[in-house]
Design a protein. Structure first.
Length: 421
């Protein structure tokens, strides 16, 4: 089978790594890929947000199955175009990808499905939004409706911050994504992520994880795309997973089908847990990055069979075989990230250990320059290890970090603190 993965980050490196372990995979192309992916698969340059370009590439290269990594191609309708052309693809349609691309859409679906989530209101007028904030008071959460690369959410602990966010969003800081704003009740609690495959009708849980959004130790500093993750997330007990499936995920999938836009792909439920109950914070319609890296480490080659079953609508008969262990990934980022940072520094020590099913350094933002691996992004490496316990996975991963020779990079030293303390 010829397979194409769309994307360029650590998520796509880990997907490629897992897919390659499955004997069904004859040829793997990742577009556009990165220097780490290039060591294990073919990389091709391609505008992955252009449905027409992707479709032409798939036909020219006799691709049998396409796996879409990031959200932008989904929101751009790449899956719809491939499906129309008769190509098998893993990922939701443009209409179903609204579950990530529009916060107001997701809230409407949750209300129709009776799924527990924060109380909310939507605004297209800045004055109405300001008055609402003054009536509600802080803490309160202000969100740009559309995709804003993870930066469109302001958790305001005081009114002034909330009002400033309104000025920002309606002032155009997020372009079209901020033309409509959602204001939500602030939810307190512990966050965790739950990943399920959906084929429009059936759902198959494939794991839990916890991410670390803040840049620095102790959950301080600016928000990032995620500085490290581990799986499983102990806070998501079996009982809570059942509650989330019964009250949030299955009703959402039923409501999407009822609307005539069934959801197919991976649904990533961001949850807030308090007083033994979970409420939905948000949906994403793709694997998390770096959460994907720890899920792939624990699932291995069966991932291809699961993604195929999902794309072909066969999840009712599919089964996940878990290694009863733990995985952790530590993000190494360029100093300055998530603010301004330098590109081009040389990274050494990457060959210190063999890549195995127990330990992998996934590349998030690297390039090959004059034969050397160099930093080419903010988040650069995902140092990932497994262990019989979370402590062992953590110790293994941090030992691998020690081997990396990259003075221009940094990482958090406390990934996993919630689950380990
Ligand atoms: P989102 O993009 O909706 O996931 O929001 C990003 C982050 O903002 C989440 O991971 C939460 O930490 C926080 N957040 C979003 N909505 C709320 C809420 N209603 N209450 C508290 N925190 C929230
Ligand atoms: N790590 C958070 C995300 O992928 O959205």
């Amino acid at each position: 089978m010829n397979i194409l993965i769309l994307g360029a980050g650590g998520r796509e490196h880990s997907l490629a790594w897992a897919v390659l372990q499955n004997p069904k995979c004859d040829r793997l192309i990742v577009a556009p890929g990165n220097a780490g992916i290039d060591q294990i698969a073919e990389c091709a340059s391609l505008d992955v947000d252009s449905p027409g370009d992707v479709c032409d590439f798939v036909v020219d290269n006799a691709i049998d199955f396409v796996i879409v990594g990031p959200e932008a191609p989904l929101a751009a309708g790449v899956v719809d175009k491939l499906v129309d052309t008769g190509i098998l693809v893993f990922g939701p349609s443009q209409a179903a990808a609204q579950l990530e691309a529009s916060k107001a859409f997701t809230k409407e679906v949750c209300d129709a499905a009776g799924a527990p989530t924060a109380a909310w209101a939507r605004f297209i007028d800045a004055n109405d939004a300001r008055n609402f904030i003054l009536r509600q008071g802080a803490p309160i959460v202000v969100k740009a409706d559309g995709l804003a690369a993870g930066k469109g959410v302001v958790v305001a602990m005081d009114e002034a911050t909330a009002l400033a966010a309104i000025d920002d969003m309606f002032g155009g800081s997020f372009g079209a994504a901020g033309a409509e704003v959602v204001i939500e009740e602030f939810m307190d609690g512990e966050e965790a992520s739950f990943f399920v495959l959906c084929d429009g009708k059936d759902v198959l849980p494939i794991g839990t994880a916890q991410d670390h959004k803040r840049a620095f130790d102790g959950d301080t500093g600016p928000n990032t795309g995620g500085m490290g993750a581990y799986s499983p997330a102990p806070v998501l007990t079996d009982t809570l997973q059942e509650q989330v499936l019964d009250e949030i995920i299955r009703p959402t999938i039923a409501e999407m089908a009822r609307r005539g836009t069934p959801f197919s792909g991976v649904l990533y439920a961001g949850l807030m847990i308090a007083h033994g109950r979970a409420r939905l914070v948000e949906y994403n319609v793709r694997f998390g990055d770096p959460e994907c890296q720890v899920l792939m480490m624990r699932l291995g080659g069966q991932v291809l069979d699961l993604l195929l079953a999902c794309a072909e609508g066969r999840l009712a008969d599919a089964q996940v075989n878990w290694a009863d262990d733990h995985a952790m990934t530590i993000v190494m980022a360029a100093k300055g990230y998530p603010g301004a940072y330098e590109k081009g520094s040389v990274i050494g020590g990457l060959d210190a250990r063999p890549a195995t099913s127990q330990q992998m350094v996934f590349h998030a933002g690297t390039a090959l320059t004059d034969g050397k691996i160099t930093a080419a992004g903010g988040r650069v490496l995902n140092v990932t290890a497994r262990g019989a316990s979370l402590q062992e996975a953590r110790d293994n991963a941090y030992a691998m970090v020690e081997d990396v020779d990259w003075p221009e990079g940094f990482c958090r030293s406390d990934i996993g603190w919630r689950a380990l303390s």
